[in-house]
Design a protein around this ligand. Structure first.
Ligand SMILES: [Zn+2]
Ligand SMILES: [Zn+2]
Length: 279
């Protein structure tokens, strides 16, 4: 099976300023309770100094001063829990075109201490897209002349560039939420499914031995209501029509969301498979 369902590969920590602030150990305890064999504690890496401040009321990621305390605390938890659950520690890295040198420098600095990592596109043309529809319309849409199709194409081009980017030996190997551009698709219907663009990205990632974050968090977002990995793509992967490893990710920013969406992910896979092969 190309699906890893006994691991929650995308759990944020107590250090996340837009999370609940609950202690990381409570999320690990919850994962044990749910029967996971392992978890990846993943925190947003801070934005580079000088990067334009996103127009959001929430701080996007922890400041640079949090990096070392985060690593220290989370790696200590990793040791403490070693006999109960495997914990991997890492960061969710923003792919920021033009800021690659800084990103590589930070990856080199922290890479030796991490065991996992996610590669994300939350910004297009230095403008945040992982925000409310209102902020998206006001701050990003003018950059693509207000044309939604251009926004989607910009997104898929940027995700493809992230896959191809040379970010050095510590480049994160799992692609986060590959359809994040649809996060407000309920109020802002997508101009298409962009299957060809998405399939090309996934094939390129697979050819580089990268994985997909089977990120289900879109389902619980009011204006998204669908997994960030499109259902049709999960079905293609389940039927081996595209080969890539997918690691379940709840993208939990609080304890109660750990493992959230796993049941739905398994259901999608089982529906796509002949009865004899279900997950
Ligand atoms: Zn977050
Ligand atoms: Zn993310």
């Amino acid at each position: 099976m190309p699906f890893v369902f006994d691991w929650d590969g995308h759990i944020h920590s107590g250090f996340c300023p837009h999370g609940s602030g609950e202690p990381t150990r409570a999320s690990i305890d919850r994962a044990i309770e749910l029967g996971f064999r392992g978890v990846s504690i993943i925190e947003h890496y801070p934005l580079p100094p000088g990067f334009p401040e996103p127009p959001t009321s929430l701080p996007v990621g922890p400041g640079i001063a949090m990096v070392d305390p985060y690593l220290e605390e989370t790696l200590a938890l990793r040791d403490e829990y070693a006999d109960r659950i495997e914990v991997r520690v890492g960061f969710e890295w923003d792919y920021l075109p033009g800021w690659e040198d800084w990103t590589i420098e930070q990856l080199e600095r922290t890479g030796p201490q991490t065991q996992d990592g996610l590669l994300s596109v939350h910004f297009l043309k230095e403008s945040i897209i992982d925000e409310t529809a209102e902020i998206f319309i006001r701050s990003y849409m003018p950059l693509v002349d207000g044309i939604l199709e251009k926004a989607y194409l910009d997104y898929y081009e940027t995700v493809m560039a992230s896959v191809k980017a040379d970010l050095g030996q510590y480049k994160p190997q799992r692609l986060s939420h590959i359809n994040l551009i649809r996060r407000s698709q309920v109020v802002f219907p997508a101009p298409g499914e962009f299957r060809n663009e998405i399939i090309e990205i996934v094939r390129e990632a697979a050819s580089r031995n990268m994985q997909l974050d089977l990120n289900m968090s879109g389902l619980r977002r009011q204006n998204c209501k669908e997994p960030f990995v499109p259902v049709w793509l999960i079905e293609l992967i389940a039927r081996n029509e595209i080969e890539i490893e997918c690691v379940f990710g709840s993208d939990a920013h609080n304890v109660s969301n750990v493992g959230n969406g796993l049941k739905e992910a398994i259901e999608i896979v089982n529906r796509a498979l002949p009865a004899s092969e279900s997950a």
